[in-house]
Design a binder for this molecule. Structure first.
Ligand SMILES: [Zn+2]
Length: 277
């Protein structure tokens, strides 16, 4: 609502819905989730399989394309994924952020028993911590919100406040998902020499940072964005993790302003808007 990336239009990019119109008739009536990037499919990047990075892409509710806080939205057929009957609507709305969490896991090159620290106890941080835990890594999540850290603990994940994070030093992998411009500095202090930092925070403001540790300790720094919907749907269908504790509230669309106020509260995680039925 503050105009992320200068976007004007209908926001919303994490959704589940039913197809009402499509050239692929077999999709009509199906319950689907949708990949948010709509590439041109003709440029050099698209032809190289890097469609999500297409310079002319539109992105649902973020860039050049109206999003999901509306009765209807449009996406190319190829972006849609059927939701298995065993996955509820409330779980399905997590597919997009869960896919982004899967991408962090894949890019990190984690192997079983690795010491992993996730910085940030927001929605994405908690989902990332859950995914790494499923992979068999020894995960600790570091945050500032007691209620959010408690959700991690109930999922069997070690939770630490920033003040109590001394035991998180010398991590093999640090995933930075704080949403804060100072998160990367913190990650650089926690990662072991030769380790990997996966950066998830999109910091809008410029920030000065001493990168000498990156060089001296030969740390790998990996930027990470969107991931595989198929993987995320499979995790939910197989009940490998429980995303429902991350839902803080649910509102009808006509109470959207209240929903945004609720989402802005300190202890809020995911707030759902019910658009119809
Ligand atoms: Zn393209």
């Amino acid at each position: 609502m503050k105009g992320y990336m200068g976007f004007r239009g209908v926001p919303g990019h994490e959704f589940v819905g039913r197809v009402v119109e499509s050239d692929r008739r077999e999709l009509i009536g199906e319950r689907v989730v949708g990949e948010i990037n709509c590439p041109c499919r003709g440029c050099v990047l698209c032809r190289a399989g890097l469609g999500k990075h297409c310079r002319s892409r539109s992105v649902l509710g973020i860039q050049g394309r109206n999003g999901a806080f509306a009765e209807y939205l449009t996406l190319p057929d190829v972006n849609l994924h059927r939701v298995p009957a065993s996955v509820s609507d409330r779980e399905a709305v997590f597919v997009e952020p869960l896919a982004a969490a899967c991408q962090a896991l894949e890019q990190s090159g984690v192997s079983g028993g690795d010491k992993v620290v996730v910085l940030g106890d927001g929605k994405l941080g908690l989902l990332i911590a859950m995914i790494f835990a499923v992979s068999g890594a020894a995960v600790a999540v570091v945050g500032t919100h007691e209620k959010k850290l408690a959700i991690a603990e109930r999922a069997g994940i070690t939770a630490r406040t920033v003040a109590g994070a001394a035991s998180c030093a010398e991590a093999d992998i640090v995933v930075e998902a704080t949403g804060s411009p100072t998160g990367l500095e913190c990650a650089l202090r926690m990662v072991r020499p030769g380790g990997t930092i996966v950066l998830k925070t999109t910091v809008a403001a410029p920030h000065t940072l001493d990168l000498s540790r990156l060089v001296v300790d030969e740390v790998s720094l990996i930027g990470s964005r969107c991931g595989s919907f198929d993987e995320a749907l499979a995790l939910l269908a197989e009940n490998r993790l429980d995303v429902l504790p991350l839902i803080s509230a649910e509102y009808p669309l006509e109470r959207g302003r209240e929903a945004f106020a609720k989402a802005g509260e300190r202890d809020s995680l995911k707030v759902l808007l019910t658009v119809s039925g």
